[in-house]
Design a protein. Structure first.
Length: 207
C-alpha cells in the first residue's frame, strides 16, 4: 500500500540520466528551478505523481530470476519474456494514469470543502493569495487513504482495514438489496399494573 499511495507534487523530483529501472534513486529538483506548488495546483489530480516504483503483478518491484536456468542466453530470454508479460511502468507516473478498479471510473477521487476562493493576505501588495478551503484526495484502490491539502500544505493519513478494493475479503463490489424494515410492535405498559388488583379471599385447603 505504501508503494501505491506515496505521492508528491510533480516537478519536485527528477529521474537521473543513468540507471536501470526500477533501481533509480530520484534526484530532487534544484532550488533555482524548483517551483513551489500552491493550493490551486495541489487541488488537481494531474499535478500528483507516484514516488516509489510500480508494484508488478507478481507482488514485487523486480522480476525474480530462475535459478534453474544456467545459460546466460536462456536466462536473458526468460527475463525478457517476463518483462513483456509484466512490464515496468515509468517512474514518477501521474496518478491520473492509474488503472481504475472494476466498476469505478477513476482510481482517485477528489473532494473540496469550504470556501475555495483566493484572498490577498496583504492589503497593500495584494499577495500572496491564500485559500481558506481544504481539499481531500482519496484512493479508491486502497479505501481509507486520504491526502489532505490546505493553503499549500499537505499531509496523508490512512483509516481503513488494510484491504485492497476488489479482494472480496471485506469490501463488496455490489451492494445487497436493502430489505424493508418490519413493522414495529406498539409500546406496552410495564408488567406491573397501574392499579393494584383486588385481593381475592383465600379458600381453606380441602381436607
Amino acid at each position: 500500500m505504501v508503494y501505491c499511495t506515496t505521492l508528491y507534487p510533480k516537478d519536485q523530483w527528477k529521474i537521473p540520466e543513468e540507471g536501470e529501472p526500477p533501481f533509480l534513486d530520484l534526484e530532487q529538483v534544484e532550488e533555482e528551478v524548483l517551483i513551489k506548488p500552491n493550493n490551486k495546483s495541489l487541488s488537481k489530480l494531474e499535478n500528483w505523481v507516484h514516488y516509489w516504483p510500480h508494484v508488478l503483478n507478481c507482488g514485487r518491484i523486480t522480476h525474480l530470476d530462475n535459478a534453474q536456468i544456467e545459460e546466460e542466453e536462456e536466462k536473458e530470454k526468460y527475463m525478457k519474456a517476463l518483462r513483456l508479460k509484466d512490464p515496468f511502468e515509468k517512474r514518477l507516473k501521474p496518478i491520473v494514469e492509474d488503472r481504475a478498479p472494476n466498476g469505478v471510473l477513476s482510481a482517485w477521487n477528489i473532494r473540496r470543502y469550504g470556501d475555495q476562493a483566493y484572498y490577498p493576505s496583504n492589503s497593500k501588495t495584494k499577495k500572496p493569495f491564500i485559500c481558506h478551503g481544504s481539499t481531500i484526495i482519496e484512493s479508491l484502490i486502497w479505501p481509507g487513504f486520504k491526502l489532505a491539502i490546505h493553503n499549500g500544505r499537505y499531509f496523508s493519513f490512512y483509516l481503513g482495514y488494510g484491504q485492497k478494493f476488489g479482494t472480496n475479503l471485506h469490501y463488496r463490489t455490489l451492494v445487497h438489496q436493502v430489505m424493508k424494515e418490519p413493522d414495529e410492535e406498539p409500546c406496552q405498559y410495564e408488567p406491573h399494573p397501574k392499579e393494584e388488583p383486588e385481593k381475592k379471599e383465600e379458600k381453606p385447603p380441602a381436607e
